[in-house]
Design a protein around this ligand. Structure first.
Ligand SMILES: [Fe+2]
Ligand SMILES: [Fe+2]
Length: 126
Protein backbone atom coordinates (compact mmCIF):
# COMPACT_ATOMS: atom_id res chain seq x y z
CA UNK A 1 0.00 0.00 0.00
CA UNK A 2 1.32 3.42 -0.93
CA UNK A 3 2.39 5.74 1.87
CA UNK A 4 -0.21 8.35 0.93
CA UNK A 5 -2.86 5.95 2.27
CA UNK A 6 -1.24 5.55 5.70
CA UNK A 7 -3.13 6.80 8.75
CA UNK A 8 -0.27 5.77 11.09
CA UNK A 9 -2.77 3.68 13.04
CA UNK A 10 -1.51 0.11 12.88
CA UNK A 11 -4.89 -1.56 13.12
CA UNK A 12 -6.52 0.59 10.45
CA UNK A 13 -3.52 0.48 8.12
CA UNK A 14 -3.31 -3.30 8.26
CA UNK A 15 -7.02 -3.63 7.49
CA UNK A 16 -6.61 -1.26 4.53
CA UNK A 17 -3.56 -3.21 3.41
CA UNK A 18 -5.68 -6.37 3.33
CA UNK A 19 -8.27 -4.70 1.06
CA UNK A 20 -5.49 -3.91 -1.45
CA UNK A 21 -3.98 -7.38 -1.11
CA UNK A 22 -7.31 -9.11 -1.75
CA UNK A 23 -7.96 -6.88 -4.75
CA UNK A 24 -4.54 -7.82 -6.16
CA UNK A 25 -5.41 -11.47 -5.61
CA UNK A 26 -8.56 -10.97 -7.72
CA UNK A 27 -6.60 -9.20 -10.47
CA UNK A 28 -3.99 -11.95 -10.54
CA UNK A 29 -6.55 -14.74 -10.77
CA UNK A 30 -9.00 -13.12 -13.14
CA UNK A 31 -7.68 -14.93 -16.22
CA UNK A 32 -6.89 -18.26 -14.67
CA UNK A 33 -9.57 -19.18 -12.16
CA UNK A 34 -13.12 -20.41 -12.60
CA UNK A 35 -16.06 -18.05 -12.27
CA UNK A 36 -17.01 -19.76 -9.01
CA UNK A 37 -13.54 -19.24 -7.52
CA UNK A 38 -13.42 -15.61 -8.64
CA UNK A 39 -16.81 -14.94 -7.06
CA UNK A 40 -15.45 -16.35 -3.80
CA UNK A 41 -12.59 -13.83 -3.92
CA UNK A 42 -15.04 -10.99 -4.66
CA UNK A 43 -17.13 -12.07 -1.65
CA UNK A 44 -13.97 -12.22 0.45
CA UNK A 45 -13.10 -8.61 -0.53
CA UNK A 46 -16.62 -7.34 0.17
CA UNK A 47 -16.86 -9.13 3.51
CA UNK A 48 -13.52 -7.73 4.56
CA UNK A 49 -14.59 -4.20 3.58
CA UNK A 50 -17.81 -4.59 5.58
CA UNK A 51 -15.85 -5.94 8.56
CA UNK A 52 -13.35 -3.10 8.23
CA UNK A 53 -16.01 -0.38 8.33
CA UNK A 54 -17.48 -1.86 11.54
CA UNK A 55 -14.06 -2.19 13.10
CA UNK A 56 -12.91 1.27 12.05
CA UNK A 57 -16.03 2.81 13.56
CA UNK A 58 -15.46 0.93 16.82
CA UNK A 59 -11.85 2.02 16.75
CA UNK A 60 -12.75 5.68 16.20
CA UNK A 61 -14.93 5.52 19.30
CA UNK A 62 -11.96 4.14 21.24
CA UNK A 63 -9.80 6.98 19.90
CA UNK A 64 -12.51 9.36 21.08
CA UNK A 65 -12.74 11.20 17.78
CA UNK A 66 -14.82 14.32 17.34
CA UNK A 67 -18.56 13.46 17.14
CA UNK A 68 -19.17 15.56 14.03
CA UNK A 69 -16.29 13.84 12.26
CA UNK A 70 -17.51 10.41 13.35
CA UNK A 71 -21.02 11.01 11.98
CA UNK A 72 -19.75 12.43 8.71
CA UNK A 73 -17.37 9.51 8.34
CA UNK A 74 -19.99 6.89 9.20
CA UNK A 75 -22.38 8.32 6.62
CA UNK A 76 -19.73 7.79 3.94
CA UNK A 77 -19.18 4.20 5.11
CA UNK A 78 -22.91 3.66 4.76
CA UNK A 79 -22.86 4.65 1.07
CA UNK A 80 -20.06 2.21 0.23
CA UNK A 81 -21.62 -0.49 2.46
CA UNK A 82 -24.83 -0.35 0.44
CA UNK A 83 -22.89 -0.78 -2.81
CA UNK A 84 -20.95 -3.74 -1.37
CA UNK A 85 -24.09 -5.38 -0.02
CA UNK A 86 -25.92 -5.00 -3.35
CA UNK A 87 -22.98 -6.52 -5.15
CA UNK A 88 -22.91 -9.53 -2.79
CA UNK A 89 -26.70 -9.95 -2.99
CA UNK A 90 -26.66 -10.11 -6.77
CA UNK A 91 -23.37 -11.97 -7.19
CA UNK A 92 -24.89 -15.24 -8.47
CA UNK A 93 -26.63 -13.49 -11.35
CA UNK A 94 -23.71 -11.22 -12.28
CA UNK A 95 -21.19 -11.97 -15.03
CA UNK A 96 -17.58 -11.97 -13.90
CA UNK A 97 -16.68 -9.07 -16.25
CA UNK A 98 -19.38 -6.90 -14.68
CA UNK A 99 -18.28 -7.91 -11.20
CA UNK A 100 -14.74 -6.90 -12.02
CA UNK A 101 -15.93 -3.48 -13.21
CA UNK A 102 -18.01 -3.04 -10.08
CA UNK A 103 -15.11 -4.07 -7.82
CA UNK A 104 -12.89 -1.56 -9.64
CA UNK A 105 -15.46 1.17 -9.00
CA UNK A 106 -15.66 0.23 -5.33
CA UNK A 107 -11.85 0.28 -5.08
CA UNK A 108 -11.84 3.82 -6.51
CA UNK A 109 -14.46 4.84 -3.92
CA UNK A 110 -12.46 3.20 -1.14
CA UNK A 111 -9.23 4.92 -2.14
CA UNK A 112 -11.00 8.29 -2.25
CA UNK A 113 -12.62 7.48 1.09
CA UNK A 114 -9.28 6.68 2.72
CA UNK A 115 -7.79 9.94 1.46
CA UNK A 116 -10.80 12.14 2.25
CA UNK A 117 -12.01 10.59 5.49
CA UNK A 118 -9.72 7.98 7.04
CA UNK A 119 -6.57 10.12 6.96
CA UNK A 120 -8.23 12.55 9.37
CA UNK A 121 -7.81 9.80 11.99
CA UNK A 122 -4.09 10.72 11.98
CA UNK A 123 -4.94 13.65 14.25
CA UNK A 124 -6.10 11.27 16.97
CA UNK A 125 -3.28 8.74 16.76
CA UNK A 126 -0.56 9.48 19.27
FE1 LIG B 1 -13.44 4.99 6.90
FE1 LIG C 1 -10.94 2.67 6.36
Amino acid sequence: MKNIFKTNDERIDSEHEKIFTLNRKLENQINSNSEKELKEVVKEIMNHVLFHFEDEEAHMILLDVDKEYFNRHQKEHQKIRTTCQNLVNGIKRTEIEDLQLEVNRIMIDIKAHILNFDLEIKKYVS
